[in-house]
Structures are given as structure tokens and as C-alpha cells.
Ligand binder design. Structure first.
Ligand code: ARG
Length: 461
């Protein structure tokens, strides 16, 4: 049944009906649609816009419909135009003509953005908790690996020794920022649009503040034209989701590298790996690869909205119905990616010896040799030059710097003494970097403590 059949002489073409319908996507907002309608009808009663008895019948009907959809007694009709039409039609079917009063002073244009905001408020809270679960794993794995030395890279070339905890906590920082972005965006989702009507509010004495309070919004959208045509909050959410996926994707790429035979720094749990149909020896990091792949999909969802929004005049246009396909796809993909990634991270085995071996090669202590000379009074630029020459000789002789004798080292600079060997051991290289943010156990413990309180402070906000 159409909500707008009156001025039409002909039924809509079946193809158009299908093309126009959004119920397959917005059907998942049935709870929010009913929640919004309940608040609306309570306000209509309170303001004497509809008779109390009719309003109470509507309230009863809506609550029944909610229950019956939840326990499967009512199935959402996939041929309906959208969830709003379906709920209203079902209401009238159940309670009779009083149901037709529900839409007084309201349009689907303000209704749809209300539903989306209500849905997003719940999703964003749960997204914060899902990211905090991942942060717990990062915290746990970091605690176990404060002393696990590994090579740090720039340009994917070995650079300086760090620890696995230090490396993991870099991701901890990224997800902290993501949570910050979610909470900031939440403030703009948390504005109540109902009462804007189709675009110009209404002549009924509606009370928008009352509806906002009833639904737990912290404010109301101030301009009715903007309220029905604003999808900034969806775009902001998609942008935040894209950023989360970008972080997960970088992490995934590293995991993929680390479990190659060439790196051999970690081993994924069997439950988080897959095999090959032809090569019996294979154990593939499909989860990490899929997270990396799905990142492109979430970016696509963001671009979808940015593109269709850029040319539409005020106020509502049907193009905007495309928002929920993109939003729900991005939400589902991101939730699933974080949860699966978390399981993979939690169960992976760290090959500490191989990480250490990796840090021993590649002259990761070369900077520390130069710093040693600087501490003995040599200018840094000169020390850099001397160590460059040492590295060149080591490459030719296939040796590490610490394998050169003191006599050999002295040929490069008379400043070298016996204490050089201790000064450039992996442990010293790591532990001497006590600066805030560094890899030493002291600095890492500080980062751990801060992450720990961050998790506590943000749980179930
Ligand atoms: N299904 C529509 C959407 O998701 C609801 C609003 C429709 N309004 C209208 N006047 N056609 O955007």
C-alpha cells in the first residue's frame, strides 16, 4: 500500500517500485522507526494535536508491532517502499483508522534522518567498545613483549632496534585517535531532526524539545532545511570508519610480512589461517589480507556519499536514500574486520628469538656507534662519516659492527674504547632511549599505563 496514492491515477510500474524501494536496507531500522514514532505520538497527545484515546491506541499498536517483528510473528514485507511506510501501514492494519493519525506533523524526510541518527548513536557506542576490546589485546600483547627486541624499519629497511611492545603501542595510539574521532562525531549525530517536516516544519504546535528529551538527544537541529538534507554526520562516520580500516590495513600488511618465511617473526594460530587447495605446505594469512582488501570497500562507501551529496540542491532529494546502503555496509564491514582481527592478534605466536636475530643484522646499532663517538666529543656529522666507513668495511667482510676488534675500530677513530661493545648492544640501544615515547621498558610502561587508563575511562561511556 502506498502512503501517497491519492493524486495518482495509475499504479507504479513494478520495476519502478523495486527501484524506488529501500526496505531491504532500511528494514534493519525498524526498532528506531518505532522508537521515533512513539516519541512523536506522545508529543502529539501532550500537545492536544490528536485525541488521547487515539494516541494511546497508536502507542499500544506500535509496541505490539515491535514485539511481533522481534519474535518473528510479523515479517517485514520486502515489497514495501521503505520501513516507514511498512510500519505505518502495519499499524493501521492492526489498530484501524486511528493509525492514520500517526503521521500528523511529520514527513518521512525528517523521520528517515531521525531513524538513521538513532541507529548510529547505538552503533557508535558499540564501535567504541569493539575498538576497546582490540585495545585490550594490544595492551596484553604489549605487556608480554616489553623486552622483546625487534628491528624497527624505515623504508622497510632495518633502521634501529625497538621492542614488539613499542611497535604494538603505535597502533594503540592510532585506535585511541579513532575513538576520539568517533566521540567527536557523536556530538553531531546526537541532534534531533524531527519536527522539520518535509522541509519547512509544520503549523501544528509541536514540541520538538519534548521529542528530543524523550529520545535522549542532547540537542535539536536548528534549521529545518538543513535538518532534512544534512548527511554530514553519515559522511563523518564513514570517514572515521575509513580511518579505522586504514589503520587495521597497515597492521594487517605488517602481519602478512611478519609471517612470511623471510621475516618469520610471528606464527598465526591455525584457527586464523587458511590452506591452499593445491599446495599442501601452505598456511595463509587470509584474515589479514581480507581486512586489507575490505578497506577499499569502506573507502568506496565514503566516496559514494561524498559524490552523490555534492550536487543536490536543498532540501531532501531521493539520491539521499543511497546513504544507508553505504553506511550499513561500512559499519558491518568495519565491525567484522575489527572483531576478526582482534581474534587473530590475540592468538598469534611471537617468535621472540627470530625478532632478536632480525634486530642483530642490518646495522641497527649504527646510530648508537655514532652517538658513542659524539658523547666522546666528536661532532655528529663527523661521527656519521666514520660509522659509514665502518659499515662499508663490515659489509665487505660480512660482519656486524660489534664483531670488529677494538684495534680495528680504533683505526677508524681513536676515541673507541672497550666500553663501545656495551654501548651498542641491542639492550643498551633500546634501554637508553628513555625519552617519552621511546622503546625503553621505562617509556613503554608509561605508554602502557596511559593506554590502560584510556580503556577504563572510555568503557561504556
Ligand atoms: N526511503 C527514504 C530514504 O531513505 C525515506 C524518505 C522518503 N521521502 C520522500 N519524500 N520520498 O531516504
Amino acid at each position: 500500500m502506498k502512503l501517497w496514492g491519492g493524486r495518482f491515477e495509475k499504479a507504479v510500474d513494478t520495476l519502478v517500485n523495486d527501484f524506488n524501494s529501500s526496505i531491504r536496507t532500511d528494514g534493519r531500522m525498524f526498532k528506531e522507526d518505532i522508537e521515533g514514532s512513539l516519541a512523536h505520538v506522545k508529543m502529539l497527545i501532550h500537545q492536544n494535536i490528536i485525541p488521547k484515546e487515539d494516541g494511546e491506541k497508536i502507542i499500544y499498536g506500535l509496541m505490539e508491532i515491535n514485539k511481533r517483528i522481534e519474535n518473528g510473528v510479523i515479517e517485514i514485507d520486502q515489497s514495501s517502499e521503505d520501513i516507514h511506510s511498512f510500519i505505518e501501514a502495519t499499524l493501521t492494519y492492526y489498530i484501524g483508522d486511528e493509525g492514520k493519525k500517526l503521521h500528523t506533523g511529520r514527513s518521512r524526510n525528517d523521520q528517515v534522518t531521525l531513524d538513521t541518527r538513532l541507529y548510529l548513536k547505538k552503533s557508535l557506542s558499540s564501535l567504541v567498545n569493539t575498538l576497546l576490546d582490540l585495545q585490550e589485546t594490544i595492551l596484553l600483547k604489549s605487556q608480554e613483549n616489553i623486552q622483546t627486541i625487534m628491528p624497527g624499519y624505515t623504508h622497510l629497511q632495518k633502521a634501529q632496534p625497538i621492542t614488539f611492545a613499542h611497535h604494538l603501542l603505535a597502533y594503540g595510539e592510532m585506535f585511541k585517535r579513532d575513538i576520539g574521532r568517533i566521540l567527536d562525531g557523536y556530538k553531531r549525530v546526537d541532534q534531533m531532526p524531527l519536527g522539520s517536516g518535509a522541509l519547512a516544519t509544520s503549523t501544528y504546535p509541536i514540541d520538538r524539545e519534548m521529542v528530543a528529551k524523550e529520545l535522549g538527544f542532547s540537542g535539536i537541529c536548528l534549521n529545518s532545511l538543513d535538518a532534512v538534507s544534512d548527511r554530514d554526520y553519515v559522511i563523518e562516520t564513514l570517514s572515521t570508519l575509513s580511518m579505522i580500516m586504514m589503520h587495521l590495513s597497515r597492521f594487517s600488511e605488517e602481519i602478512i610480512l611478519w609471517c612470511t618465511g623471510e621475516f618469520n617473526f610471528i606464527e598465526l594460530d591455525d584457527a586464523y589461517s587458511t590452506g591452499s587447495s593445491i599446495m599442501p605446505q601452505k598456511k595463509n594469512p587470509d584474515v589479514a589480507e581480507l581486512v586489507r582488501g575490505k578497506t577499499g570497500r569502506v573507502y568506496g562507501d565514503l566516496i559514494t556519499l561524498l559524490t552523490f551529496m555534492k550536487g543536490i540542491p536543498l532540501a531532501y532529494n531521493k539520491d539521499m536514500q543511497e546513504d544507508k546502503d553505504a553506511l550499513f555496509d561500512a559499519l558491518d564491514t568495519t565491525f567484522l574486520s575489527i572483531r576478526t582481527f582482534n581474534g587473530m592478534l590475540k592468538t598469534l605466536k611471537v617468535k621472540k628469538d627470530n625478532m632478536r636475530k632480525g634486530a642483530l643484522g642490518g646495522f641497527t646499532n649504527a646510530t648508537d656507534v655514532a652517538d658513542y663517538l659524539v658523547k666522546k666529543g666528536v661532532a655528529f656529522r663527523n661521527a656519521h662519516e666514520v660509522v659509514g666507513a665502518i659499515v662499508l668495511q663490515c659489509i665487505n667482510e660480512n660482519k656486524n659492527i660489534e664483531e670488529l676488534s677494538l684495534k680495528e675500530l680504533k683505526e677508524f677513530s681513536p676515541e673507541f674504547e672497550e666500553d663501545i661493545y656495551n654501548a651498542i648492544s641491542l639492550e643498551t640501544c633500546v634501554e637508553e632511549r628513555k625519552v617519552i615515547g621511546g622503546p625503553s621498558s621505562q617509556s613503554v610502561k608509561m605508554q602502557l599505563d596511559i593506554l590502560k587508563s584510556f580503556i577504563q575511562d572510555h568503557r561504556n561511556l
